[in-house]
Design a protein around this ligand. Sequence first.
Ligand code: AHR
Length: 548
Amino acid sequence: MIHTTSRRQFLRQLTSSSAALAATSWLSSIGYAQSSRGPARAVINQARYRADLDRRLLGAFLEHLGRAIYTGVYEPGSPLADKNGFRKDVIAEIKGMNVPIMRYPGGNFVSGYNWLDGVGPKDKRPTVLERAWNSLETNQFGTNEFMDWCKLVNTEPLLAFNLGTGTPEMAVAYVEYCNVDKGTKWSDLRRAHGYEQPHNVKYWCLGNEMDGPWQMGRTTAREYGRKTRDAARQIRVIDPTLQLIACGSSNTILPTYLEWDRELLEECYDQVDGISLHNYYGNTPQLTGNSSARFLAMNLDMERQIHEIAAVCDYVQGLRKSPKRLWLSFDEWNVWYRARGGRFANGQRQFAPRLLEEEYNLEDALLVGGFVNSLLRQAERVRVGCIAQIVNVIAPLMTNATSVLRQSIYYPYAWALQYAHGRVLDLRVESDTYPIKAEGLRADFARNDDVPFVDVVATLNPQNAQACLFMLNRDLESERELVLDWQSPSPTRVLACETLTGPDLKAVNTFEKPTLVAPKKLDAPKVGSKMTFKLPPRSYTVACLATS
Ligand code: AHR
């Protein structure tokens, strides 16, 4: 039996739980305490950790959108392409980053996508009008090409299927096409297409942003929940162990935020494993009052969203008396506010138009560092995460005909991929704070709060005893000291210490000046049981230390 709750009851319950949180301070729930002016301090006990890190938390996203696929990863005829048309320079970059999982093919795109158009002989594939971005889709790159490309960049696929205009029947057929070995209609079709071995895709997104008025096939939470339940049940017949992610709220401002999640989970909780969260952030009059200090606190808004969605999952778990605890998939997150809407989102029926080509500056990179910290801190609950996206479209990497550019946000993301391994430690942090004000801001970002200047996360890899620190200094004017107090084996050697900073928060990398925003070496303190890092103003710093 499904228990339902009225909107008023539900909001009352949620409000009382957040009041309890507020009574003990929101920041204390993530390990922070306020200190008076002076150095920030973090106590590190290697035996205390928050979570074993599932590296899928640090994934990325590749959508059929703008120049992401065509000229981003696939450009036959380019001197930079291999024999299959894949850009070798882009492969080298992404492989070098070690991205653990890649979400594909959308995004809004997937809600109108017929996966059959993108498989089989290329000369038989139709060119279609893609309606999410009003572009021409030639289907020359499809599921099998994506699987080949994933092998080349050494990443795991995270496939989404169409629950917008699509039916559960065709969604399940897609899973069969990808994962069944042989002897059935769809698995034999894959074999006929030249792929004998099944792709064995383990993680699946059941649609995309189905709560969004912009989404093809948008429906109500209950309808979507029932469709998801139906699709998931059939998929479990193919393989009960697949990891299925339902579409949660696509941002925090839609009027259905949280209620959408509750209602859809009341319909399909037992059939799914995770729920998605999305959000994009910007330094705008509505979101931050154009304040860089407020902007750099937005990773705490991300963390709040994680807590709120987790609370809804737990609420439905309780209602259903289910032993299963859902995990979260933050499978679209990034800064995105300039190349948005209007001409930036309308491909004018062109092939590979320039859409969503956001240029990232230093302050965006610092906030992306903050997002990395928040995701790591919440790794116990958030199992999958995808920066949106990977190339050419709101992306760390941009291509032109002859090269790949690393945008500013590349660095904090690449550092997380390089250094965050093993466990996320449970730090006790004290930091001086600065106030942020609610007045004039959009409701979901309107908070009166005190934000720590220093945001720090540490990981420890038990396999090689390396501890890595990720440190954001939100102070726009001054250096801040961070004293690390190691309560168990202290570091013996500094293996790396780099920082991303600069005089101009608005500086961007361009093809002409590709390293305006790039890491520099930072003098690390002497190793020992107490270490004081001097964090430059407006900086994100990574340090890797040997502890044995
Ligand atoms: O990543 C760009 C778009 O943002 C995606 O297609 C959609 O899911 C979200 O609204």
